[in-house]
Design a protein around this ligand. Structure first.
Ligand SMILES: [Zn+2]
Length: 282
């Protein structure tokens, strides 16, 4: 149902979490490896986490637009929300948005590749979301489909062959045309629209830094302002950053908005940290 709450949210799949947990445990005992990031690496890991958060917010905004405007969804809504995130970021045509897309594809690739010997379970295949590795490839496919001159090298690095890179152009055109067509009647275009309030709930000591990075980056405020200015929302909404006890973000129609969990930011930071400290593991 388009307007039902995204109850299960958008956790990185369980396989990814388990493998990363194992990789972290292994890394913690491995000798002769750096245990801490340099200042420059830490800044990179924070940027990586925030950029992945930006993509996740756009994904949730995709769910929000489906729910608030009662849009039809052909196919899986999770894939549609990913395509909204990719299309909306690609349409910006900025270096910042391009880097968000590169980091997001890498985020799924890293979570999938945290083990050299992945063992998928049935639950991964019946999950609402595509596999992390599929989400990585599909994001890169949209990227190279939209702008082969800019993202051809990225697609090559992912090993996407020339034929598929070319057909990704059709994937992108279809996704962009579908979203833009469905959303055209709901553009604000200087007219009336409801507003979005941004709230931050307290973090615990384990997520105080993640909460600080999120607040300082102002990405939730930026996303909220963009939605407000772009679409004629039918009712006021709230974007809330909080502790959730899981790495998650979700849109809920009944709760009138998007919840973004501090744990998500922490998870992505840790993911990149492990990659920076132990790149051979990936
Ligand atoms: Zn989702």
């Amino acid at each position: 149902m388009p307007n039902s709450p995204d109850a299960s949210g958008d956790t990185v799949n369980r396989l990814g979490l388990a493998l990363i947990g194992a990789a972290m445990a292994a890394g913690a005992t491995a000798p002769a490896l750096a245990a801490e990031l340099t200042k420059a690496q830490e800044a990179e890991a924070i940027r990586f986490a925030i950029n992945n958060d930006i993509f996740t917010l756009q994904h949730e905004i995709g769910h929000l637009l489906v729910g608030e405007f009662k849009l039809p969804v052909l196919g899986r809504e999770e894939d549609a929300a990913d395509s909204f995130a990719s299309v909306s970021l690609l349409e910006r045509q900025t270096d910042e948005a391009d880097q968000v897309l590169i980091d997001s594809a890498d985020g799924w690739d890293l979570s999938d590749a945290a083990s050299d010997n992945p063992a998928y379970e049935d639950a991964d295949f019946y999950d609402e979301h595509s596999l992390d590795i599929q989400r990585a490839y599909q994001t890169v496919c949209f990227m190279v489909g939209a702008a082969p001159d800019i993202f051809g090298e990225v697609a090559d690095a992912y090993g996407i062959d020339a034929d598929r890179q070319e057909s990704c152009g059709d994937d992108y055109t279809q996704a962009a045309t579908s979203w833009n067509g469905l959303l055209a009647p709901h553009l604000r275009a200087g007219g009336k629209g409801a507003s979005i309030t941004v709230r931050y709930e307290p973090a615990d000591k384990h997520h105080a830094e993640a909460a600080k990075w999120l607040k300082e980056a102002k990405i939730i405020e930026t996303a909220a302002s963009w939605v407000e200015a772009t679409y004629a929302l039918p009712r006021d909404l709230t974007f809330t950053a909080k502790l959730c006890d899981e790495e998650n973000a979700f849109y809920s129609y009944d709760e009138r908005g998007i919840t973004f969990c501090y744990e998500m930011t922490q998870f992505l930071y840790d993911l990149d940290k492990q990659d920076l400290l132990h790149p051979a593991a990936n």
